[in-house]
Design a binder for this molecule. Structure first.
Ligand code: HEC
Length: 119
């Protein structure tokens, strides 16, 4: 019994850590998708906004855009934004939403895709 407490503490810490790593990996996948799917091209680095797309950061964005609304925007597109229903799976969309919700967004680790005629 002497070891029961330290052991369970170890297991607890281990699973806590594994969970944190999962979360980190998910965020990184979201960051990479944000770039590879072309969001960055219009919405700027990390979502700061650019000529072709509004910013995806800040309190107003977080408040006005629910997960469901973001999902619809990605599937259906907007007035000027293309639809991504053919390019993104539900899982991809979920990862992008996690990324857009993150306070500290990791930088993508994939190269910027070659310029295509997206507009
Ligand atoms: C060709 C440029 C373009 C690309 C590529 C693009 N967007 Fe957009 N996006 C826009 C424009 C323009 C708007 C606002 C007007 C509209 O809905 O068309 C917008 C709106 C949005 C909004 C709603 C926020 C708001 O304030 O209107 C979200 C969320 C969003 N985009 C996410 C994404 C994500 C994630 C990707 C990548 C999968 C992406 N966009 C790719 C141009 C783009």
């Amino acid at each position: 019994m002497k070891f029961a407490l330290p052991l369970s503490l170890c297991i607890l810490l281990f699973s806590f850590n594994a969970h944190a790593n999962d979360k980190k990996a998910g965020l990184q996948a979201g960051a990479n998708l944000y770039r590879s799917a072309g969001c960055e091209h219009c919405h700027g680095e990390g979502g700061i906004g650019a000529k072709k797309g509004p910013p995806l950061i800040g309190r107003t964005f977080q408040k006005q855009w629910s997960d469901e609304k973001i999902k619809n925007q990605l599937i259906l597109g907007g007035k000027k934004m293309p639809a991504f229903s053919d390019d993104l799976s539900d899982d991809d969309i979920a990862k992008l939403i996690v990324y857009l919700r993150a306070k500290h967004r990791p930088a993508p680790t994939v190269p910027v895709p070659a310029e295509k005629n997206r507009d």
